[in-house]
Write a protein that binds this ligand. Structure first.
Ligand code: ASP
Length: 581
């Protein structure tokens, strides 16, 4: 139907007769007998000069045949790539009429998100989404290419499976042929990729859809897409190299230059310096250790297991009300309080607690933090875990740049703890990653062997794993680890997690079986493509890079999903609904 795309026309085509297909982006009358129609397709827009009597309106679908002509002097539009030319002598064929669109399609106008999703097929015509989805397609393609050139084989894994624990709730699908039984949708292909390593596939990858029933946020949807990979006979370092290569190639394809990789931080260092396991290193304000300064302090509140501080340059301009609000936030995040200190001329600290501190303590605070007049210092004293958490959040609240500033700061966080806490209900540890993660070689001994007594909570919580995360500008892009490939080690971890033998067999018997038949050492990784693309597009919300996302409450205003199903379907599945509460 067409010879060219609208956005591709340039002076090189002057004089050519072209046929174009697209939507009317805008119509302006030009004198009594002519009209300018901006015709839009996926590639951009071009101006067509049409007979004023042709009845075409916004979003009509046209086929226009005409001549590429130079625009008259003074009428060029440098804002658009086709701005030097226009199409004249147009024959216009209306392929489809359009009612006035219910949402404006200009990128300059903010539209209510619910309306955008209700009319997503119109929203998709906007330049922002056209651009974002093109970027997404590019990123997918570059990642595929990169994985393939590193020897990875694309293998598809099933969507209807038994549960794979990744720490979220499963979406379940009732079985018609086995009433009363349910499939889970994959929270990840984790166990299948490990089994494909046992199956000798050596290097697996997949651009995989994963489903997790957890609360939606700016960086989280029920279903998301990840680059999922696994390799045999490799170290964690090797896996990080593979993934580094893929993400840097993806970033380069979008930005035109290859960002520098910032290297590795241990989990502990990330926590100590940034109060986070996904540090945003685009700005300073690092956490500074003050504990030794107060070893013998008279001020009770600072005689705590840990005292740390951050320095906000120029923060002294904050009002008392703002400082009080920050204190309230710190309390909500779990601190007993927040001590603020305004730094005045001569290094004098103006703070409600100054009078409780010795002159020496005050001056050590100033020198340790390298404080300058005009700064505000924020101190928290508590358990180390609480101090890091609260100051980490405060640092972000005070200093985090907008999403599209500060470049791309990729880094790896390594040596994650094996367990992230103790479950108050079961008394057992909670895995920090998933239960298939190999403990750190230096810590594996202290976990004991199958059937040994369970080590103390302190020992468990101090154990590191061989898990690592990829972080970009404070977003966790993904996680991976060296896996357990020995049945006895896997069973010991299940045992520590309080998963008894019967449950192990029921849920993971197939994996333990597989480990009996020659499992190679293996390691892998997965990172969220939605998140990577969002950051590459400078978007705060992954919805902007997903063609058909759900709202914050998990609904699809376009198709109305989730919907009720009819009685016949329920009967077939052997399901009866409880009355609505
Ligand atoms: N299965 C993990 C996840 O989806 C990633 C991995 O360990 O490879 O987060």
């Amino acid at each position: 139907m067409r010879t060219h795309y609208c956005g591709d026309l340039r002076e090189a085509q002057l004089g050519a007769t072209v046929s174009l297909c697209g939507w009317v982006a805008r119509r302006r009358e030009h004198g009594a007998s002519l009209a300018f129609v901006d015709l839009r397709d996926r590639s951009g827009v071009v101006q067509c000069v049409v007979d004023g009597s042709v009845d075409v309106r916004n979003e009509y679908v046209l086929r226009v045949t005409g001549t590429v002509t130079r625009r008259p002097d003074g009428n060029e539009n440098p804002e658009i790539p086709t701005g030097a030319v226009e199409i004249t002598d147009c024959a216009v064929e209306i392929l489809s009429a359009s009612e006035p669109p219910p949402i404006p399609l200009s990128d300059r106008i903010d539209v209510d998100e619910n309306q955008r999703l209700r009319f997503r097929y119109l929203d998709l015509r906007r330049e922002r989404l056209q651009r974002n989805l093109r970027t997404r397609a590019k990123v997918n393609s570059v990642i595929r290419h990169s994985m393939e050139s590193q020897g990875f084989l694309e293998i598809e894994t099933p969507m209807l499976i038994a549960s794979t624990p990744e720490g979220a709730r499963d979406f379940v699908v009732p079985s018609r042929l086995k009433p009363g039984s349910f499939y889970a949708l994959p929270q990840s292909p984790q166990l299948f990729k490990q089994l494909s390593m046992v199956g000798g596939m050596d290097r697996y990858y997949q651009i995989a859809r994963c489903l997790r029933d957890e609360d939606l946020r700016a960086d989280r949807q029920f279903e998301f897409t990840q680059l999922d990979a696994e390799a045999s006979f490799v170290s964690g370092d090797d896996v990080r190299q593979f993934i580094t290569e893929a993400v840097l190639a993806a970033a380069e394809s979008v930005t035109g230059s290859r960002p520098a990789f910032l290297g590795d931080l241990t989990w502990n260092e990330a926590q100590e310096r940034f109060g986070s396991d996904k540090p945003d290193v685009r700005f300073g304000m690092e956490l500074v250790e003050l504990t030794p300064l107060f070893a013998t302090t008279e001020f009770n509140a600072f005689r705590a297991p840990c005292v740390k501080a951050i320095r906000e340059p120029g923060g002294a301009a904050r009002t008392r009300k703002q400082l009080d609000e920050l204190t309230e936030n710190a309390k909500r995040w779990g601190a007993k309080g927040l001590v603020w200190m305004r730094v005045e001329e001569g290094g004098v600290l103006n703070s409600p607690v100054s009078k409780f501190l010795s002159a020496e303590e005050l001056s050590s605070i100033v020198s340790t933090l390298e404080a300058e007049p005009g700064d505000v210092l924020y101190l928290v004293a508590d358990e180390r875990r609480v101090v890091r958490h609260v100051l980490g959040l405060l640092r972000l609240a005070l200093g985090r740049p907008p999403v599209n500033e500060g470049g791309l700061n990729f880094l790896w966080v390594v040596d994650f703890p094996l367990f992230e806490g103790i479950d108050p209900e079961t008394g057992g540890p909670i895995p920090a990653h998933h239960p298939f993660t190999m403990p750190h070689p230096e810590d594996i001994g202290s976990l004991g062997g199958l059937g040994d007594v369970v080590p103390s909570a302190d020992v468990l919580l101090a154990s590191r794993s061989q898990a690592y995360d990829l972080v970009l500008n404070g977003w966790e892009l993904g996680s991976g680890s060296v896996r357990i490939h020995r049945g006895d080690v896997q069973q010991r971890i299940f045992e520590l997690l309080g998963i008894g033998e019967a449950e192990q067999q029921r849920k993971f018997g197939f994996l333990l079986d597989a480990f009996r038949y020659g499992a190679p050492p293996h390691a892998g990784f997965a990172f969220g493509i939605d998140r990577l693309v969002a950051l590459l597009c400078g978007e705060e919300n992954i919805r902007e890079v997903i063609a058909f996302p759900k709202t914050q409450s998990g609904l699809d205003p376009l198709t109305n999903a989730p919907t009720e199903i009819d009685q016949r379907q329920l009967n077939e599945l052997g399901l009866r609904l409880l009355p609505k509460a």
